[in-house]
Design a protein. Structure first.
Length: 259
């Protein structure tokens, strides 16, 4: 379901609205004994419980998906900041780290390609080639032999940032695999179907009532779309911003001779 939020939301809209229409169709054929004030009151009271549970579930799921979205954005900001920091440290160290600097630049470019594909599809941070760029930069840094106090001061800082970049890369991989279980969406759909079916059961049968049910079912399916879309992070209609990574790449490329 998480691979096609828009399609899932449209299908949810159709099914939820169909349940409301089915409720109207059934309500019209109920015996008079089932359409008394007492029957309507018990239906409203029962569905108030379902409605409350559904509202709580939607709120919690939207909050969870938004937290995942923000975590991915924060992780990318942290990675971009550390790329800039590593770039500055490498420039200060000297020509010995030219190869490591080239690999850092290649890593940043590959990350941008992986996370923000031009077509918005098939994005991933699990490309082994991308991680290899970072691994080679880290390896070359570990082989350095400082020659003066400046380099002796810079080396442990470069190693710390390199280790942090690797950790952040795998944190992005972990975040990418966050997905809302399909059973949760299925349960939510069942609750909404039952809820809107009950709305239609005793609703008046005219155009205004039908339009209100149509719009409210669209709102409910829109919430499902928002939940599924936010958890994707780097692709879809709602994406994290690439600006921090773009800025890091621009800084690396300001002095191409250094790399």
């Amino acid at each position: 379901m998480s691979e096609a939020p828009l399609l899932t939301a449209v299908l949810a809209w159709a099914v939820i609205f169909a349940s409301a229409l089915a409720g109207m169709w059934i309500g019209k054929r109920l015996p008079a004994a089932h359409r008394t004030r007492a029957s309507i009151d018990i239906a409203k009271t029962s569905m108030a419980v379902v409605g409350t549970l559904t509202a709580l579930a939607l709120g919690l799921l939207i909050s969870s998906a938004n937290s995942s979205f923000n975590a991915t954005q924060d992780q990318l900001l942290s990675t971009s900041s550390d790329i800039i920091r590593m770039d500055r440290l490498l420039r200060r160290y000297g020509p010995e780290v030219k190869y490591a600097h080239q690999k850092l630049r290649s890593y940043a470019m590959a990350m941008r390609r992986d996370l923000f594909a031009s077509d918005g599809q098939g994005t991933t941070v699990e490309d082994e080639g991308t991680l290899d760029f970072l691994a080679w930069a880290e390896y070359k840094i570990t082989l350095l032999a400082p020659k003066d106090d400046n380099q002796r001061w810079l080396l442990p800082h470069m190693q710390d940032v390199a280790n942090k970049l690797v950790d952040e890369h795998f944190a992005l991989v972990k975040q990418e695999h966050y997905a809302l279980p399909s059973t949760v969406v299925a349960f939510l759909m069942v609750w909404l179907i039952v809820l809107f079916g009950s709305y239609g059961l005793y609703s008046p049968r005219h155009l205004t009532a039908v339009m209100m049910l149509l719009l409210s079912s669209a709102t409910a399916s829109g919430a499902i779309f928002l939940i599924l879309e936010l958890q994707r992070g780097t692709h879809g209609f709602i994406r994290i911003s690439p600006e921090s990574l773009v800025h890091a790449i621009e800084i690396i490329e300001r002095n191409p001779d250094a790399s």
